[in-house]
Design a protein around this ligand. Structure first.
Ligand code: A3P
Length: 325
């Protein structure tokens, strides 16, 4: 698998020539607005920034890759869809039963602006209002495309070591490497720690949304994968309140919170035919988005030296921010 860079415009090539660049095993990366992108993704980011026309009630689901994006997409779709279903049978004929969360919620710079600088947004599968999008761009970069629109943005943050291990497995699976070799983990670990990796550095990524959520809590919600695991009920209600669709007493009494959590649970989603077979728009097997869904799996892969190195870097980079992860 190689990242192509043949859709990059002359203007973007000129911009790239002024940016820090790096080459890894998948392709060429450059650092734009503090974040590393493969060249074709940078073109998509610029297409988005120049051409996206936000609507005030758009919802953006943001994350560093492998941090629980699929789960957040499913939960948000389930929350917004609930008003369209009979309260006695609210989850029947649900879109999550017939499409993968990534098919329902497109990623701005991957599914939409990678192939076209002006994609047709009227053809979204979540065509109703509000429109739902996702992104892996850091907040300041997203904001340029949103102009001054008061869109709601939800960020899901995950422990960096778990995000790293998840990324490593994902990459091995995408490259059809059955043998998840130690050497490929070691080289990914080094680039992750140096910050020079796709969408990295992870600490700057999380910090952009952390600060955004402190400055503007009505528009930016900072969630954590680990909290979704330990207190799913409270976190789902928090998400619903932030999105302006809190659960009514009647809904709570009918067990709707639990029904949504069950629908979006790892076991349920990963067992659905629609998530076990087929591919996403980028030709990635849909089942690649479901592996273990656990907290702390990094302990099975990282040595104590690796653990202390990454912890030290993250502590240092987050110092004084109030953020830990
Ligand atoms: P693991 O590789 O640690 O299992 P993303 O959706 O951002 O690509 O993140 C993928 C990670 O989220 C994978 O982590 C995947 O297993 C996990 N995941 C996917 N769906 C989930 C769900 N419904 N509940 C909990 N974790 C989930």
């Amino acid at each position: 698998m190689n990242v192509r860079d043949d859709n990059v415009s002359e203007e973007t090539k000129k911009l790239i020539s002024s940016l820090p660049t790096y080459k890894d095993s998948l392709g060429k990366l450059c650092k734009y607005q503090g974040c590393w992108y493969y060249y074709n993704t940078l073109q998509a980011v610029i297409n988005f920034q120049n051409n996206f026309r936000p609507q005030n009630n758009d919802i953006i689901l943001a994350s560093f890759p492998k941090s629980g994006t699929t789960w957040l997409k499913a939960l948000t779709v389930a929350l917004l869809e609930r008003s369209k279903h009979d309260h006695d049978d609210p989850l029947n004929h649900h879109p999550l039963l017939s499409d993968n969360p990534h098919g329902i919620v497109p990623t701005l710079e991957i599914d939409m602006y990678l192939k076209s600088s002006t994609p047709d947004l009227t053809k979204l599968s979540s065509s109703s209002s509000p429109r739902l999008f996702s992104t892996h761009m850091p907040l300041h970069t997203v904001k340029e495309g949103l102009k001054d629109s008061p869109c709601k943005i939800v960020y899901v943050c995950r422990n960096a070591k778990d995000a790293l291990i998840s990324r490593w497995h994902f990459k091995c699976k995408c490259q059809k490497q059955d043998d998840v070799s130690r050497s490929s983990l070691e080289s990914m670990f080094e680039s992750f720690c140096s910050g020079v990796s796709f969408y990295g550095p992870i600490w700057d990524h999380a910090l952009s949304y952390w600060r955004g959520s402190l400055e503007n809590p009505k528009n930016v919600l900072f969630m954590r994968y680990e909290e979704l695991k330990t207190e799913p009920r409270a976190q789902l209600k928090r998400l619903a309140e932030f999105l302006g669709c809190p659960f009514t007493e009647e809904e709570e009494e009918s067990g709707l919170v639990e029904k949504i959590l069950e629908l979006c649970s790892f076991d349920n989603l990963s067992g659905l035919e629609v998530n076990k077979t087929g591919k996403t728009s980028l030709n990635i097997d849909r089942d690649s988005f479901f592996r273990k869904g656990e907290v702390g799996d990094w302990k099975n892969y990282l040595t104590p030296e690796m653990e202390s190195k990454i912890d030290m870097i993250i502590d240092q980079e987050l110092k004084g921010s109030g953020l830990t992860f």
